[in-house]
Design a protein around this ligand. Structure first.
Ligand SMILES: Nc1ncnc2c1ncn2[C@@H]1O[C@H](COP(=O)(O)OP(=O)(O)OP(=O)(O)O)[C@@H](O)[C@H]1O
Length: 255
């Protein structure tokens, strides 16, 4: 499913965040959104995830203006999106209970059928999708552990598994590794690549330029109310068309 923001204007009260932002995320690509703190990266992800409606412009999923359809249809679209925030925000329950939360919200099969199928393939502590998702972040062996006993990095990996478990069409990631050490970051980056390779479209807001270089297919630079540049990662980092992009990457553009 292709997500697209077209000429989106958004403000909080009198404070304009951006004027006319356009960005698309296609199936099977990772798009990194970079830019200074407070420029609106999280806001853009929230708009793409349908948490908030844009004040002007449109958000389209596969060409459908999702704020022009009814609430029920929009909810169906919303369920096709997985979102991961900077904070894992897990429930006080086991790892597997946390990881299966999104799936429960979306599920169309009964628990019993899912668990029966899971037990057929030897995944006794959860459904197939949940065990797969926990496996993708290297935590299948901790499925029955209390989430409260996890490290911050492991908790964030469970939050990613929770988003992955119900097989979303797109993943929107808001600085998901900003509090993580290099090892946990590497595990999540590998899981992001694998999700991309399975056809999931990924948008990630990040302050880590090296991370953007490592995992993004395209990079969008958000600055001064607009996206000043968007293009293939190598082009944006090696031969940016806007001199402010180079200044930002070099750390010379401070807001
Ligand atoms: N709920 C809100 N109410 C009012 N203002 C808000 C709200 N959320 C964000 N803002 C403001 O909108 C602007 C953009 O915030 P946003 O969090 O989208 O930026 P960001 O680029 O993600 O920042 P960071 O990199 O620090 O996470 C900021 O000036 C912020 O203070």
């Amino acid at each position: 499913m292709t997500l697209r923001a077209t000429d989106v204007y958004h403000a909080y009260g009198d404070e304009t965040v951006f004027e006319a932002v356009s960005l698309s995320i296609s199936p099977g690509e990772v798009v990194a959104i970079i830019g200074p703190s407070g420029v609106g990266k999280s806001t853009l992800l929230r708009l793409l995830a349908l948490f908030d409606a844009p004040d002007d412009g449109s958000i389209e999923y596969d060409g459908t203006d999702v704020w022009a359809v009814g609430d029920r249809e929009r909810l169906e679209y919303r369920r096709r999106i997985g979102m991961v925030f900077q904070e894992a925000s897990l429930f006080d329950a086991s790892v597997v209970r946390n990881a299966e939360y999104g799936l429960r919200v979306r599920q169309s099969w009964t628990d019993r059928i899912r668990h029966e199928l899971a037990s057929l393939v030897g995944a006794e502590n959860g459904t197939i999708e949940v065990i797969d998702a926990l496996d993708a972040v290297g935590l299948a062996d901790k499925a029955d552990q209390d989430a409260s006993s996890l490290s911050g990095g492991e908790a964030q990996r469970v939050a990613f598994a929770r988003a992955l478990a119900y097989e979303p069409d797109a993943l929107l990631l808001d600085e998901p590794t900003s509090d993580l050490d290099p090892r946990n970051t590497a595990v999540l980056e590998e899981a992001i690549r694998n999700a991309r390779d399975r056809g999931i479209g990924v948008a990630i807001a990040t302050h880590d330029m090296h991370q953007a270089e490592r995992i993004a297919d395209r990079v969008a630079v958000l600055l001064e109310d607009e996206i000043i540049e968007v293009g293939p990662t190598e082009t944006v980092f090696e031969e940016p068309t806007d001199e402010r992009t180079q200044q930002f990457i070099d750390g010379e553009l401070i807001y």
